[in-house]
Design a protein around this ligand. Structure first.
Ligand SMILES: Cc1ncc(COP(=O)(O)O)c(C=O)c1O
Length: 284
């Protein structure tokens, strides 16, 4: 049975006590992170926890733990749940208080919850590529915050799902921003192009790893908004996220990307990424 973290304690689901007045429940008033686990070890945990604190600070939420304490809690969850390949989910809400929109008058303690769960790497998608559907980006203007408010992302992903696509790619004012739960990259004439890390996207941890790998491999990068039309003319396309790693996109809105198979630059980046994770897992 899964062991969860809540209220400073590790506990089983049966004994979880979440208040109906939790502001996460009422308003999505909180932030979260997902950290990948390979071979029982957290991957880029410091970067994720640092971003959690940045997201919290941007919504004026004080996390009642230090970064190191949260990393230790994540490690404990991995151990308690005996997770080898999987992920840790952690969220922090502003706490429980009678429902008013503004922050509670009386100080309430933010609620930190988390769990670790087994989840295999999506090898089929990583190797074969996926189809995506473009949708209008109707989200707010603070997409840099990893907020629990994900309704626009949920609706976009559902739209993609109904079209037999794995991911929805957001288009704002004709420009490709990111996926509903991933960052988006095009490759044209050997150059990797991706939206800059502004308020219009989440600066993904995997995105940052990929940009580092491009540097190491001598692949040119342009961090700029590219248009929907440019997207349709890319030689290659791929998405990145903690759980989907580097996933090639082989079809956009029913039209093949390039040859319709994962491209060479994408594959080179995947190989470099696989070298960063434990060998036994990379060969899974
Ligand atoms: C909207 C959005 N963009 C990008 C990402 C990718 O971020 P990361 O690589 O840190 O998982 C995510 C991950 O869930 C996301 O939800």
């Amino acid at each position: 049975m899964t062991i969860y973290f809540i209220d400073g304690q590790f506990t089983k689901k049966d004994s979880l006590n979440i208040s109906i007045d939790d502001r996460g429940y009422y308003f999505g008033d909180g932030v979260y992170e997902v950290v990948k686990v390979y071979d029982g070890e957290l991957f880029t945990a410091e970067e994720h926890i640092e971003r959690l604190f940045q997201s919290a600070s941007k919504i004026k939420l004080a996390i009642p733990y230090s970064e190191q304490q949260l990393i230790d809690i994540a490690k404990e969850l991995v151990k308690a749940n005996d997770v080898k390949t999987g992920h840790v989910y952690m969220q922090v809400t502003r706490g429980a208080s009678p429902r008013v929109h503004q922050f509670p008058e009386l100080a309430v303690t933010p609620v930190v919850t988390g769990y670790a769960i087994h989840s295999p790497r999506p090898i089929k998608n990583i190797e074969g590529g996926v189809s995506v559907k473009t949708v209008e980006d109707v989200r707010w203007l603070r997409c840099d915050i990893k907020s629990l408010n994900l309704l626009a992302n949920v609706l976009a992903k559902q739209e993609a799902h109904e079209a037999d696509c794995t991911e929805a790619i957001f288009i704002r004012d004709g420009v490709v921003t990111e996926g509903s739960s991933s960052n988006a990259f095009g490759v044209k004439d050997g150059v990797v192009i991706t939206h800059p890390a502004t308020n219009l996207i989440l600066n993904g941890i995997t995105r940052r790893v990929v940009l580092e790998l491009c540097k190491e491999l001598g692949i040119s990068v342009e961090e700029r908004g590219f248009t929907h039309d440019e997207m349709n003319e890319m030689d290659e396309f791929f998405i990145t996220s903690t759980t989907s790693e580097i996933t090639p996109v082989v079809n956009i809105d029913g039209k093949a990307v390039g040859s319709g198979t994962p491209g060479d630059v994408t594959k080179k980046l995947q190989e470099a990424f696989a070298r960063q994770i434990p060998l036994s897992v990379a060969r899974d």
